[in-house]
Each structure stands twice: as structure tokens, then as C-alpha cells.
Ligand binder design. Structure first.
Ligand code: GLN
Ligand code: ZN
Length: 771
């Protein structure tokens, strides 16, 4: 029974790659130094995996930015606009690579970056390959060879990893009309085959081709393409052992494709989809082949310790059917999505030993894979029996811990009634009542919540944490910032004010820190894109709100103005989506627990005199399951979680929600079902086109389509905003239209914020006059 790993975090356990890349981009270190740093991380990773006892260790899982972009460079899928960087110059590979990832703007050159999008349902983002008609692929980068040879020097014959050719095409985009990117397969395969032959020649025995698209809804044509691609590869490199990796979902219908590919080993994700083991063994001819099944039993997407007993059950089932030589053990997917090393969490006040004992990060997951293989083997079982006992104790301690299980919380969730999801009255009645109660003008103006998080504000928090600033002094400074922003908002004439969120580090962390059932790590970083990493908080137990979380600052802010002050909260689905979550209860249950906590906050804000409350849900869309068939169930509970959080207030209290980076077309009825009185959305980059979905659906509630892009320091002119508002008025009834920026302003500076908002107000006045 071989053990293997699909990929290891590339950022370095102390985010060394982030530092080195950012220094290189800033011109502070040389290219050679960056390359040296990267090499060190890679070598360290190989060492770590070898020491853990992993038999097939991946290479080429490292990337300076993104592994899909690596693949594009490998096969020379470099869009024309970057060719100017190649011509005549040698040693430009890394420059081109970063230009594709981040764009270039220097020495008179101005080239846009390639598009970036989410990698399946993870928070990792990949660079979307661009394809044109008659594209010719040509081997360009040698990175995969360099890494293989480098590990070989260390005495490790690695298993090189590549995005498989079909997923590579499917994950990309046609940049021209009149062809399908799948038609490029044959030409693409010539490059793949050339690379594979080269690897074989250099002594590679195994290669891993990642085909995660095998877990998506595929057309029949796409299924056939998988067969054709692998038949060709098989024929071209009979000597190489081919491992095709699928992950993140069940294989579903595609199981008849993946199990019949002419390969040596199929990897499946048994964490996300344990049932596919039975499916493969019972409903396909896999048993009759001589192929190996790689069991992804250790969760690569979460931070919990593996339950050995459960995993051993799956392993035993596979071994019984296939024999131990035809079984491999691995994490469910690349460990890219796990934080690096739990051993670095040394501060017991941050992470208590009891909770830490339930967790495993990437390094610990390697041990789990190896120990499982030893426990599954009768010859070595005895030597590892201790580990099984320890694991059992840890799992049991978690199952029954008082830290996790709170009967009041569980009872409250089971006591939820249908009417708890509904506001007192329907929207049309509420709208009339709110019109009366809030006395807002036509086209009310507002912002999305945050104002610039200046270095000064951040420094306050850092000083508070270090103990250099007392809580009282910190509070005084925050109060000052809030007051200043209120005076300023009043001066420029905004209708619904915000307090500015100066007291918040992050829209999830701020709430996580105040809810029970949450812990934080010090080093639990995971790559999000490029050098950007996130440190998701961990929900380990039943979530409860011991005390009001925002009432103090929102109440304070309201006391400083006669205008309406908007209360500002993060919604249950977003809190869930941007955290590591429990694997011992359905996501829905956790979402409802959070929703009840937010509901209490909403009603407390109402009691404190806040009449407008915004519950942000930017992550609703990204929570969508990979398979369309699973959407309805998710959307049902996600929408209900939001409604549960919002519905505790009276008719006159106005509930807002906010969403960004969203397409709404295919989920518009669910957005409508959230029944927020007002929704603010990001639309300016699409020039209001996103509004069509709302118009076509005849979306009944009020909408604030963002009138300018907050991702750029650019100040929009009054005319531009008027133009967008007029466009919006073509599709939205005037009485339903709000005016606001695309999103919060925390990443902006004050100068451009002030100028932009003044123009926004001036534009609003213009369209009010015309109305
Ligand atoms: N209220 C948050 C802010 O203004 C919303 C952020 C978001 O949508 N991502 O920063
Ligand atoms: Zn936003």
C-alpha cells in the first residue's frame, strides 16, 4: 500500500514566499534571490514529506503564483499582448509569468493581467488560461523539469504534478468567437506528451495529472474527450505510470469515465464523497482491471484530525476488494488548502491544548497518511496501535467536549419555527411603513460600511494588542475617528450614514472574536492568490453570542447624529464561508447557529435605536456547490439562514444586505427570497449590466447598484455617475433606487474617498432634479 501526497503548501510555513515575492516586486531583492528563496521552500517541503515517510512525493506543486498559470507557461499558452516581453530577450520567463499574473506598468509598457477566478469551491484563485482559434501550443517553460531534477539531487525521485490537459482546457476561456477550446486538445497533447516523455527519460516513474473537472457536470462530448486524451497519452508513454487525480466532489455520472481511463491509478476524494468508494467497487468494472485506487481519506480542506477508525473502514473495504497492492493512501486533495504546521501554534492562550489536540495542519496530515497505511497493514499494525488509541481518545474528547456542545444552542436551533424566517409583513407593506418612518428622499444615498483603514487606525489596533495602548485610549481614538467621519458625512449630505468600521480588523474575524465556539490561529495561513494569504478563523463548537457585538459603537455613532445611522453586520453564510468549519455537523446547522446569534444582534441594535441595519452577505454565491443538482438544497438553507438573522425586527426597521463579485442571473429568485428591504450590489464594472437580472425578474425590493468601482483610486466624474444612474433608472423603478459605491471603502485613501463621494452626491442631486 503506497502513500502519496497530491501537493504541499507552497507559501512556506512562515509565509516566506509571500515576503520574498513582495520584496522582488518592490525591487528590493533580485530575481536570483527570489529564486533561491523559492528553491529553499521547495527543498524544505520535500524534506518534510520524506521525513514523514510519504513514498510518492509531488514536485511541480510549487508555484511562484499559481499552478494553472505554470501550466499555461509550460505549454506556451501566452496571450499575444505579452509577446513584446519575450521578443529577443532571454531569461524573461519569470517576468512574463508575473506580467500574466499581475500585469505590468513600467518603462512605457502597460499590459493588463489575465483574469483570475476561484478554484472550484475553494478560496484559492487561479489565473484563467486564454485560448484563441488555431492556437498552437509549444513547450515554453522548463519549470517541471527543473524541479524534478532538483529533487533528484536530494535523492528523491518525485511524482511530478500537472494540471491534466482536459481540465486545463475546460478551466480556460475562449478569447475569440467561432471555436471551442476543446478543439485544441490534439495540439495541446503533443506538448504534454513531449513533457511526459522527457520526464520518463529522466527517470520519473509516476506522474500525477489533476483532472478535478471530472467531478463537475460534464456533457457527453466532454466525457468522450477525457477518454480520447488519455488513450493518446497512454499510447505515447507506456512506460510512465499515470495517476489521474479527481477531488472536491463525487464523480457522479463521470464515474464511468474516470474508472475506465487507460491509466495506472485513479485518485478519489473520499472526504467530500465517501460513497463513491462503494460506487466504484460495486457499480463499475474497476475491480476487474489492474488499476490502483488512491483513497483520499485525509481532509485537505480543513484543519481537523483524521478519524482513523473511520478511514480504516474505508481502506479495509478497498483492500478487501482490490488487494493491498492496488490501494494507495493520500490526502483528499492537494494540501495547498491547509495551513502549514500546527506545531507552530505555541501560544496556549490563543489555542488551548484541548482544542489543538483535535487539529491537524498539512505537516500533521502527512503523518496521518503514513500512520493510516501502517495501521491498515497487519504486519505493522501492532507497532502503531498506540497512535490508534491516541487518535481514538482525541476524537472521543472532541465528540463529547463541553467546550463544543451546548444544549441551549442545539435546543434553540431545533426549536426554530417557520414563522421565524419571516418578517412581520410582506415587503410592499414594509416599504410603505418605512417610507413614513424613515423619511428618506428619493434616491437615498449611503455607503457600504467601511471608511479608509489608514495606517494610523491599524497601528492603534496593533498597539492595543501589544499592550502599548490601553483599551480606554484605544476606544477614545476609535470614537474620535467615528465622530470625524460622521461630521464629514453630514457635511457632504449623505442620507444614511455609517460609522466607518474603524474598530474592525476584518469583517469575519471581528465577529468570530466575539462569538463563542470560535478559535483563532497565529500561523494558520492559506494561499488565496499570489502572495495573498488568508487566516480563516476556526469554528470548533456551538456558536453563541455571549454579549452584544456592535451595539456599543453603532449606538455611539447614532447618538452623534440626527441622521439615520446604519448598523453593520456580517451575515451567517459569509461568516460560515470564510471560516474553517466543523466537520461534525452539517454546514446548515452551523449556519443556523450563527444566524441566531446575528438575529439577537439585529434585535439589540433595533432596541438601541438603530433603524437601518445592513447584514452583509458577499459570500452567498461562492458557497454554491459544484454540481447544479445540489444548488437548490444549499440555496434553500443559505437564504433561510439570512432570513432567520434578519426577521426578528419590526416593519419599520429597514434591513439591507450587500453582495459583491456576484453574477445574479441564475440565482436571482433566491436573492429575492432573502427579502432584504434594500440590497446593495457591485455593478459599476459591468456598467450596470448586472442589473438586467433584477429587471428581468421584476425584483420587487429596493436596490443600490454600485455607481463606482472602489477597487481603484480613480475618482469617478459626476457625469459618469449620472450616466450609470440613468441606465439603472431604465430598468429599476425610481422609488426603489439607492445610490452608493460598489463596496466598502476600507482599502481606499481619504482624499479619493472624499472626492468620489462628493461627486456621487452631486450626481444624485442632478437626477433628483430631473425626476
Ligand atoms: N461592510 C463591509 C465593508 O464595507 C462589506 C465588505 C464586503 O462586502 N466585502 O467593508
Ligand atoms: Zn462588497
Amino acid at each position: 500500500m503506497l502513500t502519496h501526497n497530491l501537493g504541499y503548501p507552497r507559501i512556506g510555513s512562515k509565509r516566506e514566499l509571500k515576503r520574498a515575492s513582495e520584496q522582488f516586486w518592490a525591487g528590493k531583492i533580485s530575481k536570483d534571490e527570489l529564486i533561491r528563496n523559492a528553491r529553499q521552500i521547495r527543498r524544505q517541503n520535500w524534506q518534510t514529506q520524506a521525513e514523514a515517510g510519504i513514498e510518492l512525493i509531488p514536485s511541480n506543486d510549487f508555484s511562484f503564483y499559481d499552478h494553472v498559470l505554470d501550466t499555461a507557461l509550460l505549454v506556451g499558452a501566452i496571450p499575444d499582448r505579452y509577446h513584446a516581453l519575450i521578443d529577443g530577450k532571454s531569461n524573461r520567463e519569470l517576468d512574463i509569468f508575473f506580467a500574466m499574473a499581475r500585469g505590468v506598468q513600467k518603462d512605457g509598457i502597460d499590459i493588463k493581467a489575465m483574469e483570475m477566478t476561484k478554484w472550484f469551491d475553494t478560496n484559492y484563485h487561479y489565473i484563467v488560461p486564454e485560448f484563441v482559434k488555431n492556437q498552437r501550443f509549444q513547450r515554453y517553460s522548463d519549470k517541471i523539469i527543473v524541479e524534478f531534477e532538483d529533487a533528484k539531487q536530494m535523492g528523491i525521485v518525485t511524482k511530478p504534478v500537472l494540471v491534466g490537459p482536459v481540465s486545463f482546457l475546460l478551466l480556460g476561456k475562449e478569447k475569440e468567437a467561432g471555436f471551442s477550446r476543446i478543439s485544441l486538445l490534439d495540439n495541446l497533447l503533443t506538448v504534454y506528451i513531449e513533457v511526459l516523455e522527457d520526464l520518463a527519460l529522466r527517470g520519473a516513474t509516476w506522474v500525477q495529472l489533476d483532472e478535478p473537472c471530472l467531478t463537475l457536470d460534464l456533457t457527453e462530448d466532454e466525457q468522450i474527450v477525457f477518454q480520447q486524451a488519455y488513450a493518446k497519452i497512454r499510447k505515447a508513454v507506456p512506460e510512465l505510470k499515470l495517476l489521474v487525480a479527481t477531488y472536491f466532489e463525487c464523480s457522479g455520472e463521470n464515474i464511468h469515465v474516470s474508472t475506465t481511463l487507460p491509466i495506472d491509478c485513479l485518485h478519489v476524494d473520499l472526504v467530500r464523497c465517501p460513497s463513491q468508494l462503494g460506487d466504484i467497487l460495486e457499480n463499475t468494472d474497476f475491480i476487474k482491471s489492474d488499476k490502483i485506487l488512491s483513497l483520499g481519506v485525509v481532509d485537505g480542506r480543513n484543519i481537523w484530525k483524521n478519524d482513523y477508525t473511520k478511514s480504516l473502514g474505508l481502506i479495509q473495504k478497498a483492500v478487501d476488494a482490490l488487494g493491498e497492492d492496488r490501494v494507495m493512501i493520500a490526502p483528499s486533495c492537494s494540501l495547498l488548502h491547509s495551513p502549514c504546521d500546527l506545531d507552530l501554534e505555541k501560544n496556549e492562550e490563543v489555542l488551548s491544548p484541548e482544542i489543538k489536540n483535535w487539529m491537524a495542519f498539512a505537516k500533521q496530515k502527512l503523518d496521518e497518511v503514513v500512520i493510516l497505511s501502517k495501521l491498515a497493514d497487519p504486519k505493522t499494525f501492532k507497532d502503531f496501535a498506540r497512535q490508534l488509541t491516541d487518535n481514538h481518545l482525541a476524537i472521543e474528547s472532541r465528540r463529547s467536549s463541553k467546550l463544543i456542545h451546548k444544549s441551549e444552542v442545539k435546543n434553540r436551533v431545533s426549536a426554530i419555527k417557520e414563522k421565524d424566517f419571516d418578517r412581520e409583513s410582506t415587503f410592499s407593506i414594509r416599504q410603505e411603513i418605512q417610507l413614513e418612518a424613515l423619511k428618506l428622499p428619493l434616491f437615498p444615498t449611503t455607503t457600504i460600511g467601511s471608511f479608509p483603514q489608514t495606517d494610523e487606525v491599524r497601528q492603534l489596533r496593533a498597539n492595543l494588542k501589544k499592550g502599548e495602548l490601553s483599551q480606554a485610549d484605544y476606544d477614545a481614538k476609535i470614537a474620535e475617528a467615528i465622530e470625524k467621519s460622521i461630521t464629514w458625512q453630514e457635511e457632504i449630505g449623505i442620507d444614511v450614514l455609517v460609522h466607518g468600521e474603524f474598530e474592525r480588523n476584518d469583517m469575519v474575524e471581528y465577529f468570530g472574536e466575539q462569538l463563542s465556539g470560535y478559535v483563532f490561529t497565529q500561523n494558520g495561513w492559506v494561499q488565496s492568490y499570489g502572495s495573498r494569504c488568508v487566516k480563516p478563523p476556526v469554528i470548533y463548537g456551538d456558536v453563541e453570542r455571549p454579549n452584544p457585538m456592535t451595539v456599543k459603537w453603532s449606538g455611539y455613532a447614532q447618538s452623534k447624529t440626527d441622521k439615520l445611522m446604519k448598523g453593520m453586520l456580517t451575515g451567517p453564510v459569509t461568516i460560515l464561508q470564510w471560516s474553517f468549519v466543523r466537520d461534525d455537523q452539517p454546514r446548515q446547522t452551523t449556519a443556523y447557529q450563527i444566524a441566531l446569534a446575528i438575529r439577537d444582534e439585529v434585535t439589540d441594535l433595533e432596541k438601541a435605536g438603530i433603524k437601518v441595519i445592513q447584514i452583509d452577505e458577499p459570500a452567498i454565491r461562492e458557497g454554491l456547490p459544484l454540481r447544479k443538482a445540489d444548488w437548490a438544497n444549499y440555496l434553500d438553507w443559505a437564504v433561510k439562514a439570512f432570513r432567520l438573522s434578519a426577521a426578528g425586527v419590526r416593519n419599520e426597521t429597514q434591513i439591507h444586505t450587500h453582495m459583491c463579485y456576484s453574477e445574479f442571473n441564475d440565482i436571482i429568485q433566491h436573492i429575492a427570497a432573502m427579502d432584504a428591504d434594500v440590497i446593495t450590489i457591485e455593478t459599476s464594472r459591468s456598467q450596470m449590466e448586472l442589473l438586467d437580472a433584477f429587471a428581468d425578474f421584476k425584483y420587487p425590493n429596493e436596490i443600490g447598484p454600485g455607481v463606482y468601482d472602489i477597487h481603484s483610486p480613480r475618482v469617478p466624474s459626476i457625469d459618469e455617475i449620472v450616466f450609470l444612474l440613468e441606465k439603472a433608472l431604465n430598468v429599476i423603478p425610481a422609488r426603489n433606487l439607492w445610490v452608493n459605491p460598489d463596496c466598502g471603502l476600507k482599502t481606499r485613501h481619504w482624499a479619493e474617498t472624499e472626492a468620489a463621494l462628493k461627486n456621487m452626491i452631486a450626481a444624485t442631486e442632478k437626477i433628483r432634479e430631473a425626476a
